[in-house]
Write a protein that binds this ligand. Structure first.
Ligand code: ADP
Ligand code: MG
Length: 556
């Protein structure tokens, strides 16, 4: 170990915890550089921020493993996972609070760009945390030395040096992501919005366990919808979901929601072995649901809802407490405002009155007495805008009239029943065409002063798992925003909202977020964020979702 670090640790052994501040700095080890960026102030505080840089001469990653952006992200993802596992093997608690623990961001089943690992021509840099050891508030210098002398070198050796990894596994990881990304880039050119590979495993082990369900029925495309992608590393066959309106029908418990949820997360790449690694959805897909109780600020939902009995203006609709239908309408409009071109909707979590009014109800409650224009009547307008929909439908057969593709899930096996559904629609008489109405989408501009993360004079931004963000004195509820997968995404979202709030002038949210996204793509995720945080890349749709749900935020 570096003699400098050793002598400081000797000197401060047994002293008060604050003396750990003295080890902040840069140290040379045989295979790497260690940088202690920030020493925690006490054993119960968040652990100390540390980096390790392994130069390429030592790390020796073959350059073809990171020659494109998707491959680089995949390799970094692999190394984060490997580092995470080795910390669990080699680091042990050894005193008060977090003493002795070496930790790194915990990755989900998805492959994301994260702050935890960065590969470049110079080598690899890992960013992680160490709980500096103490008994009570006294420094345990010997234990600290053990971490730097034994534990950390083992972790680095086993996770950041290429020759100690399993080359086949690394290669598979990178190639799977490369192929998934290839499919995503080629979906639209093939007239598709999603793809589900034959052999995919869609169900999860449980609501709190994202690993694949064991002994699940593997996905098998119906012949009529089968397509094949010639990816860089393999050819993959599976079901292509065409642009337009697609219904997923079938009896209860036959796997409809499972398929839709897999499509919702198909905007992300998955790790090999997840079962969903070749379930791919276009990147501008947004899962839509009813979300009663949510905050809505100045959204034009008048295409769906107008003439409310209390005379409220729905072109500028705001509420602290949205109903099922108004929340779902706002969710659709806000997604389209951000450029969403695929809506994913599950009847289970939808407001029925927003989905449809059937003919009997139309006859009894005539249009002039009903403030809601159901989604089914806005489908022609959505199609004109190039927006596709994939919808799970258990009970609303009137959608047969507007569907381009109908997939029936039968004991987890999809069947193409488009022709039969058409025939049935014809037999019952096609739904009378609603008066052609364009769906209205307005660009909204946030009032930056109303976005304030301060609390008692300090900026306070903290992710609460994947279900919310503490933002100043408010909490942003994201519990029903379904396309978030990692806490680190929420941390990034909180910081990005803060960044936006500091812009010199406000522009419409779409422009501001396109700019943020472009910058993250060009300069890397961490370029926009404060150092030493734990970040994973969010999509602009979820950043917008968080801003839109910030209570008290004002928009014009
Ligand atoms: P639906 O929405 O049609 O009512 P779900 O998608 O909720 O059905 O699935 C019902 C149950 O079946 C869930 O517990 C799910 O985990 C399980 N399941 C879904 N797909 C499969 C599959 N391919 N193999 C085995 N079990 C599955
Ligand atoms: Mg369901």
């Amino acid at each position: 170990m570096s003699s400098k670090l050793r002598s400081i640790l000797r000197k401060i052994d047994g002293r008060g915890y604050k003396a750990y501040k003295q080890i902040e700095g840069r140290y040379h080890f045989p295979d790497y550089q260690l940088i202690i960026d920030h020493a925690q102030a006490d054993p119960f505080a968040p652990p100390s921020a540390v980096r390790v840089k392994v130069p390429q001469e030592k790390a020796r990653f073959p350059s073809e493993l990171s020659e494109t952006k998707p491959k680089k992200t995949a390799l970094e993802d692999y190394l984060t996972r490997r580092f995470y596992q080795t910390t669990r093997t080699f680091s042990k608690r050894c005193g008060t609070g977090n003493s002795g623990l070496v930790t790194i961001l915990k990755p989900s089943q998805q492959v994301l760009e994260r702050s935890s690992m960065e590969i470049s021509g110079d080598g690899v840099e890992a960013r992680f945390w160490i709980g500096l050891p103490a008994r009570g508030r006294r420094i345990l210098g010997r234990e600290a030395m053990h971490i730097f002398d034994n534990v950390l070198p083992k972790i680095v050796e086993n996770s950041l040096i290429y020759r100690n990894l399993e080359p086949e596994k690394v290669k598979t990881h990178v190639e799977v992501v490369e192929d998934t990304e290839y499919i995503r880039q080629h979906l639209r050119k093939s007239g598709l919005v999603a793809f589900v590979a034959n052999g995919a495993v869609l169900p999860r082990r449980s609501g709190v366990d994202e690993r694949p369900l064991q002994n699940a029925v593997r996905f098998q495309s119906p012949p009529s919808l089968e397509v094949c992608f010639e990816c860089p590393n393999r050819a993959i066959k599976g079901m292509g979901i065409p642009e337009g309106v697609t219904l997923i029908v079938g009896g209860g418990y036959h796997g409809k929601t499972t398929l839709l949820n897999a499509l919702a997360l198909g905007v992300y790449n998955h790790i090999p072995g997840d079962g969903r690694e070749f379930v791919v959805t276009v990147s501008d897909a947004v899962k839509i649901r009813a979300e009663d109780g949510r905050y809505v600020a100045n959204v034009d939902i008048s295409s769906f809802i107008s003439n409310l009995p209390d005379g409220r203006d729905t072109a500028h609709f705001s509420t602290e407490n949205a109903s099922g239908s108004t929340s779902q309408a706002a969710n659709i409009v806000e997604a389209l405002e951000m450029g969403c071109r695929l809506l994913l909707i599950d009847e289970d979590t939808s407001a029925t009155n927003l989905m449809i009014r059937d003919r009997r109800m139309q006859e009894l409650v005539t249009k002039d007495k009903e403030p809601i224009t159901p989604l089914i009547d806005l489908i022609p307008s959505l199609k004109r805008k190039g927006v596709s929909i994939v919808m799970v439908m258990g009970g609303l057969g009137e959608y047969f009239d507007v569907a381009d593709t109908v997939i029936m899930m039968d004991a987890y096996r999809p069947q193409d029943v488009t022709d039969r559904a058409r025939e049935i629609a014809r037999k019952h008489g096609i739904r009378p065409k609603a008066t052609p109405q364009e769906i209205k989408i307005r660009d909204r501009v946030p009032d930056l002063k109303s976005i304030d993360p301060e609390w008692r004079g300090k900026v306070r931004i903290k992710a609460r798992g994947i279900s919310g963000i503490t933002f100043g004195k408010r909490t942003i509820d994201l519990g029903r925003v379904e396309q978030l997968v990692e806490t680190a995404q929420l941390t990034a979202i909180g910081e990005l909202i803060y960044l936006i709030s500091k812009s010199r002038r406000s522009r419409c949210l779409r422009e501001m977020l396109d700019e943020v996204e472009e910058k993250m793509e060009r300069e890397g995720l961490t370029s926009l964020l404060p150092p030493r945080g734990c970040y994973a890349k969010p999509r602009k749709f979820e950043i917008a979702a968080a801003m839109n749900r910030l209570r008290g935020s004002l928009w014009r």
